[in-house]
Design a protein around this ligand. Structure first.
Ligand SMILES: [Zn+2]
Length: 161
């Protein structure tokens, strides 16, 4: 038996200037104000992520590179792991990500890498709570209601049982 199946991805794409949700604007602004904290001497690609916790607190993270390249870590995971290590009982409600290359903020929405998507899905499962994902280009922004949408057919804890 063979079945053709389809997975649909629904998301919002809009101009950054058109965003009227104040909490989304605040999260994006937190990203921007954290961009220069990135340590990106090799790629010159600075990334900043901001997560909103259930208690209203915003935690930011930036990419941290290393001369031994794989030892570095993405901004998204820096922010999520810091949030989860400092506030292990706080749900993550939303995550925004923005980037700067050679001193200029990227205009297009910045998508998280596969490893960060995996961690985001695990975080959703852990807290049984969808995380709004905001890919904040300087010009264009993409918003999805859940990280799971960005990683269809993902691996999770159910395979370990
Ligand atoms: Zn990543």
């Amino acid at each position: 038996m063979k079945k053709n199946k389809e997975i649909r991805l629904e998301f919002v794409e809009c101009e950054r200037e058109a965003i009227d949700d104040l909490s989304v604007q605040e999260l994006i602004n937190s990203c921007y104000s954290n961009l220069d904290n990135a340590y990106a001497p090799y790629s010159h690609f600075s990334v900043s992520a901001a997560v909103l916790l259930e208690n209203g607190k915003i935690i930011t993270g930036s990419n941290q590179e290393n001369a031994a390249y794989p030892s570095g870590l993405c901004a998204e995971r820096v922010a999520i792991f810091y949030a989860n290590s400092q506030y292990p009982n706080q749900k993550i409600m939303a995550l925004a990500v923005a980037a700067k290359y050679n001193g200029k903020i990227i205009e297009l929405p910045i998508p998280p890498c596969g490893a960060c998507r995996q961690v985001l899905v695990e975080t959703e499962n852990r807290f049984k709570n969808d995380i709004k994902i905001i890919l904040a280009g300087f010009k264009t922004v993409i918003i999805t209601d859940s990280a799971r949408l960005l990683l269809p057919l993902n691996f999770d804890e159910t395979f370990l049982k």
